[in-house]
Design a binder for this molecule. Sequence first.
Ligand code: NA7
Length: 547
Amino acid sequence: MPLEQEEAVESPITDHAEYDAVVVGAGFAGMYQLYRLRELGLSVRVLETGDGVGGTWYWNRYPGARVDSPSMQYSLSFSSEMEQEWGWPEDYSPQNDLERYANHVADRFNLRDDIQFGTRVTNASYDENTKKWTIETDRGDSLTAQYFITAVGCLSATNMPNFKNLESFQGEWYHTSRYPKEGVELKGKRVGIVGTGSTGIQAITAVGKEDCELFVFQRTPNYSLPSNNKPMDPEFEKEWKTRYAEHREAARVSQGGAEIIAYPSVSALAVSDEERAATYEKAWNQGAFTLAQSFTDLMTNEDANFTAAEFVRNKIRQTVKDPETAELLAPKDYPIFTKRICMDTGYYETFNRPNVHLVDVKANPIEEITPKGIKTSAGEFELDLIIFATGFDAMTGPLFRMNIAGKDGLTLKKKWEDGPKTYLGISSVGFPNMFMITGPGSPSVLSNMTTSIEQHVDWITDTIKYLKENELADIEPTAAAEDAWVEHVNEVANKTLYPKANSWYIGANIPGKPRVFMPYVGGVGNYRQKCDEVAAKGYEGFELTPA
Ligand code: NA7
């Protein structure tokens, strides 16, 4: 099964190849960036690999795909009219609603005219003489632009491990991020799902309910919290919409980019066992990420963290009827919340179904794929269909695959060979006029993405406006500012328990990837303040070159 589906859609190749800005990606980030740059009167071309808008929600069509931010907050805030007219059917939106919303945004603001679909960027290079970027595509386009803006998402470069003899498999196989649009018939099949991250957990819960035999190949168990998803309460929605601006403002200054009703005020170790248990129980019943906000020190103190981890492990033990399966599903070798916490709609209950079987590939690793299925060191599992939920080359992967080269031909990949180096997660020394929306070194994946996307797009747009008004040709960070930011990103990460897990945040899921904690832990509100201060001080830490 090809990993990259051939896209049939042909957008007209641009009639002129020179733009003020080229934006890569037509997810929420790329679409909003296009909208804002049009307001400035710039000519913009958006290049998108898929044949539709939506980014993450265009590609991730696997069964059960769903966002884990609340629908009322996982949306764009720039148009209050759109906020009011759009209705989300569920508290946590499934893929099809999110894709529908992305299409609505594109149609409502007439964005498609400037988006070229079915087009992958293969090269982007900066010319110091012309001070322009040249962007080349797999369709033979060559575009030049003053500003090169990446809106490629943090989790868009598929990680497909190099399984021995995969090509010999005679059944069907798909990576979750390339699942067929038309779906796959599961009835009566023997299905294998490899991977138990956020994606695997959603897919397993959905596929387990089907009339099929499901084999879950788990290497590392993950902690998962119940979402308590339900149909949207019309009264709640109505009330939320009357104060939408206030809710958005609260999200913008929050730690994680979503409004939090009550911040914790006490250490998990400062209360009695009974009080702690009652707090966790209440949070568990409320659902979603409430548990993570129960106490002040869950991310900074291992003993405090252990109490939350143990609470979840006990929930797993209470839910899963077979004690051996429950123990296998209970994570034990890393603190809770240090890998992306998962959110589910009945994941652990799935393992009580007679058609669902857990296979421990930590104890008995996958040796190879055979014509009939998956062979582990414990034996062969015959399968008709394999779904690989094996994740992504996160954050840097989508940037590296564009072969970006800056000053002196230095590639981003070479510059970042020991880990990403950015100033504010938006820019990098040697790459003038290149802006990365939700790049490494920004809150990005540790936040509600739509809040962070809008903050970056607004900042980038204001910056471009400033450059134009002040007749400046180039903006590029100084090495000193970049070094200081990288140090700060590491320093705040090292004050937390995050580095204690082998997570994709730290590059641990990709063989050979440098172990550097990539997103910024300092919080969405603090980060916004820092970006605003930099701009207010005439772009402190940047070098601005006159036209
Ligand atoms: P993740 O979280 O990276 O999960 C990938 C899963 O695939 C994880 O359980 C891995 O086990 C497993 N995996 C990867 N390679 C193998 C091999 N070779 N053998 C067995 N198992 C393997 O990706 P997701 O798509 O679930 O989630 C990514 C983010 O998307 C998520 O955090 C949300 O932010 C949205 P491992 O843990 O490496 O032992």
